[in-house]
Design a binder for this molecule. Structure first.
Ligand code: BES
Ligand code: MN
Ligand code: ZN
Length: 504
């Protein structure tokens, strides 16, 4: 899709569909005002004033109203999109509004559309332009990838049309938005792939090709390197599969030399390309969804793509631990005791708790590579889905300042996280009689006991753990995005990394 920016009077733009946002200022009284169009163009306002006066269009979030042949405009159609309450408008609602315009066009085979940059502006211009570009790009994707005769519902172009104000800020934000959405869409395209098409080696090959394209350093290793590094936990998970594991290390080095003691950010991803549960086999119902058990690694790979293009002044290393968790004569078993790279030992209670095992080695390895701040993302526990549903990801942090940095990134990203506890009681739940710890923690607090295991391998290094099991996949489409992979956490991770960008 060609997503572009023009500065011009929206009334004079010839386009199949011109989109204008509207907000609702009502308070529930009889004297309530009608929805307000966010445009400075009086031609657009008069084209729909009689229609708005009917009160039919309430301007709820993603509510739409289409007008054909709007009087006085060069556009063939005018689409109104509601953004909800005027007083509480957020950047995320604006992002969703842009997405809703593209999703509206798709089934109607409207190939080209324009979006009027909202005025008067209640949100910063740069951020507004950024989220509009993001929303449009994210909405264009559909995941009917393997249909032999797909219906072509593609949108060919989206034109953001802005006036004379804030042009430099709008240009900068627009360019950022395209980069972030491309990173997120790259992650989504990886998560979308089934286990047969994307085993660990293919995940690695696609990552390497992406890195070559954007100028990131990328090394790919397999079993021999894991053995050399003594990654006993990661190796155990991989050993039941015919597919060899992949350890992927991406490095972003900023152009400016880094001073002694400058932060090095480590992004660690769970990359289980298919999770059967292993010998502790999962039930058949919904097992097909376990192709998305590499969504944490996809988030990191997508984030690295965006980081390479946004070029923050901070070094970033990403460690991806990819394997397939299979039952087999060679598979690891319940009762096995594993020695992780750090030297700590883990008694396996359940081979389906495999994500924490690969991450244990990945996190420790990232520390040995010099990372001073760590973040991991993983579809780690069903317990997190039970706790938070499909709306919030679970977040764990062992350091308040690091958590604050992450918190400051989320109003911009629009992604929702809820902090869950790290506490000694959860660590006690994974005490083992025979080894340093078990890999499961009994009945309660499954997301917290998983985090407690990861914490063992992070120690005091400032660290954030994101459990994205409930939010990496949309079971239903939304007005602004298709069903399927969400690309959750890419935007927040990139934004968090940027908080460490050093002043020149
Ligand atoms: N990949 C799963 C977690 C998961 C479950 C993700 C449902 C998305 C939806 C993970 O490897 C797993 O199987 N976890 C187990 C841990 C248990 C055995 C302690 C779980 O959550 O059931
Ligand atoms: Mn599992
Ligand atoms: Zn898993």
């Amino acid at each position: 899709m060609d997503t572009r920016l023009v500065f011009q009077d929206a009334a004079t733009l010839a386009t199949p569909m011109l989109t204008v946002f509207a907000v609702d200022s009502s308070t529930g009284k009889d004297s309530d005002p009608l929805p307000t169009l966010l445009t400075a163009s009086s031609a657009i306002t008069s084209a729909v004033s009689a229609l708005l006066a009917t009160g039919e269009f309430k301007s709820g979030l993603c509510e739409t109203l289409l007008v054909h042949a709007p009087a006085g405009l060069a556009a063939q159609r005018l689409l109104l999109i509601g953004l909800g309450k005027a007083g509480s408008l957020t950047v995320d609602e604006l992002r969703k509004g842009a997405g809703a315009a593209v999703r509206f066009a798709k089934p109607r085979v409207i190939r080209d559309l324009a979006i009027v940059f909202p005025e008067p502006l209640t949100l910063p211009a740069q951020l507004s332009a950024r989220v509009l570009a993001e929303g449009a790009e994210l909405a264009e994707r559909d995941y009917d990838t393997y249909k032999s005769e797909p219906k072509d519902k593609s949108v060919h172009s989206v034109t953001l049309i802005a006036g004379a104000n804030n042009q430099a800020a709008i240009e900068a934000g627009f360019a950022e938005g395209l980069i972030l959405a491309n990173g997120q869409n790259f992650a989504r395209s990886l998560v979308n792939e089934p286990g047969n098409i994307l085993p660990p080696t293919t995940l690695a090959a696609r990552t390497k090709a992406m890195c070559d394209e954007v100028g990131l350093h990328c090394e790919v290793f397999s079993t021999a390197k894991l053995e050399e590094l003594k990654m006993g936990a990661f190796l155990a998970v991989a050993q039941g599969s015919e597919q060899p594991p992949a350890l992927i290390v991406m490095t972003y080095t900023p152009a400016a030399p880094q001073v002694e003691g400058a932060p090095v950010i480590g992004l660690v991803g769970k990359g289980i390309t298919f999770d059967t549960g292993g010998i502790s086999l999962k039930p058949a119902d919904n097992m097909e969804k376990m192709k998305y058990d590499m969504a944490g690694s996809a988030a990191m790979i997508g984030a690295m793509r965006a980081i390479a293009q946004l070029k923050p002044n901070v070094k970033v290393v990403s460690v991806i631990c990819s394997a397939e968790n299979m039952p087999d004569g060679k598979a690891y078993r319940p009762g096995d005791v594993l020695t992780a790279m750090s030297g700590k030992t883990i008694e396996v209670i359940n081979t389906d708790a495999e994500g924490r095992l690969v991450l244990a080695d990945g996190l420790h390895y990232a520390k040995t590579l010099g990372c001073t701040h760590l973040i991991d993302a993983a579809t780690l526990t069903g317990a997190c889905v039970v706790a938070l549903g499909n709306h919030f990801a679970g977040l764990f942090a062992n350091d308040e300042a690091t958590w604050q940095n992450f918190q400051s990134a989320t109003p911009i990203s629009g992604e929702k996280f809820w902090r869950l506890p790290i506490s000694p009681e959860y660590r006690e739940q994974i005490n083992s009689a025979i080894a340093d710890m078990t890999n499961t923690g009994g009945r309660g607090g499954g997301a917290c006991t998983a985090a407690a295991l990861l914490h063992e391998f992070v120690g005091d290094t400032p660290w954030i753990h994101l459990d994205i099991a409930g939010v990496a996949w949309n079971d239903e489409q939304k007005p602004w995005i298709a069903k399927g992979p969400t690309g959750m956490a890419v935007r927040s991770i990139v934004e968090w990394v940027r908080t460490y960008s050093q002043a020149n």
